[in-house]
Design a protein around this ligand. Structure first.
Ligand code: PLP
Length: 373
């Protein structure tokens, strides 16, 4: 069969040679090795006579993929066997509702710490389910910092405390994992596997895969068994975490999970979370140094709360920002525009973004300042 759609990509090289530096906040850059491996396996997966998208989700070949993904996730984050690793659908946004549906009892309450756009969306969904409190918020400060845990107004009887350890739009990040008297639930969509995590305080960690772990279409949910057992009953089958912890209930998003498995192996081969953390710290420090070292650029987040993953910054002369973003794109630096709700610039420096991309961006910033400053 010949594909003759004139809008097809047929003339683009298939070896990845036209790939540019991609600073997108999500869906985001994937390791080139992973893409090329998937490309090679696309028509026929591991001698099974069909692609991975065309085989049963109950087959031995698929079992192996999902098992490997689960085992690599546990190894990379140091999760004990008390943790369930679930691959769900509906994105992180579904979790905003599913978490309170499972864990916010009718006569109970949950605490939320609001440090940006995503936490704001999370609490909105929780309010549909029950009683929630804002334990801390930096909204009055345009989310330019993460309120220190000593300042949180916590309810000791809360069912859980929900936080967003990295706020993708606002560019702030927790510098320490909180360990409280009640289980902590974090939306780690834009930082999962970018750094080691201190798991002790967490009941649950969730992330849409498309920022740092894989393509869109699968949501990673890590849930401690003690916390899982506290969920309400009965619940709608598909929205009950227990359903998915017990067995493969329905067809999972096979292809995204297959890609996640490759990304996890890539990260493991690279030396794991400690190794990538060191690289991520170096990458972000280079960019923050460039911002701080000039009167032409300015950061939007307090130094003690800055994100290693999503670096948000402005030009002092804001009128020049569209020119900066356009010129950057012409120089092979993609997706440097800030989120539409906040403007400015944002460079997302996820695991798969090569350090060379940051060096190229820093050089571009110096040149742009020289010619426009
Ligand atoms: C992108 C993002 C979301 C939304 O994820 P979806 O998978 O699109 O629902 C939620 N929280 C954070 C922190 C994000 O970065």
């Amino acid at each position: 069969m010949q594909v003759t759609d004139p809008t097809s990509n047929a003339s683009a090289p298939t070896d990845g040679s036209e790939r540019q530096f991609n600073f997108s906040a999500g869906p985001a850059v994937l390791p080139e090795e992973v893409l090329l491996e998937a490309k090679n396996e696309l028509p026929v997966y591991d001698h099974v006579g069909a692609s991975v998208m065309e085989i049963s989700h109950r087959s031995a070949a698929y079992d192996k993929i999902e098992e490997s993904a689960r085992e690599h996730m546990k190894k990379l984050l140091g999760l004990s066997d008390d943790w369930h690793v679930l691959f769900l659908q509906g994105g992180a946004s579904m979790q905003f509702y599913q978490v309170p549906l499972n864990f916010l009892p009718e006569d109970g309450s949950a605490d939320y710490v609001i440090t940006g756009r995503w936490g704001t969306k999370a609490i909105k969904e929780a309010r549909r389910v029950g009683d929630v409190r804002v334990a801390a918020s930096s909204e009055d400060d345009d989310f330019s910092h993460v309120p220190p845990v000593e300042e949180w107004d916590l309810n000791p009887d809360a069912s859980y405390v929900h936080i967003t350890t990295n706020e993708t739009v606002n560019g702030n990040q927790f510098q320490k994992d909180p360990n409280l008297d009640v289980p902590v639930v974090t939306d780690a969509s834009s930082e999962l596997l970018s750094r080691p995590m201190d798991l002790d305080g967490y009941g649950m960690i969730y992330a849409g895969a498309q920022k740092n772990v894989g393509p869109a279409g699968v949501t990673i949910v890590l849930i401690h068994d003690d916390f899982l057992q506290q969920r309400k009953q009965p619940l709608p089958t598909m929205l009950d975490y227990g359903t998915h912890a017990a067995k493969r209930f329905n067809t999972p998003p096979v292809f995204p999970i297959y890609m996640v498995e490759k990304v996890l192996r890539w990260l493991d081969d690279l030396g794991g979370v400690d190794a990538i953390h060191a690289i991520n710290q170096r990458k972000s420090q280079k960019l923050y140094n460039a911002i701080d070292g000039s009167d032409f650029y300015r950061g939007t987040v307090d130094e003690d709360s800055r994100s290693m993953m999503n670096v948000t910054f402005r030009l002092v002369e804001e009128d020049l920002e569209p020119v900066f973003i356009k010129k950057a794109k012409e120089n092979g630096l993609l997706s440097l525009g800030g989120h539409r709700t906040v403007g400015g610039m944002r460079a997302s420096l996820y695991n798969a973004l090569p350090e060379e991309a940051v060096d190229t961006l820093v050089a571009f910033m110096k040149e742009f300042e020289r010619t426009h400053g």
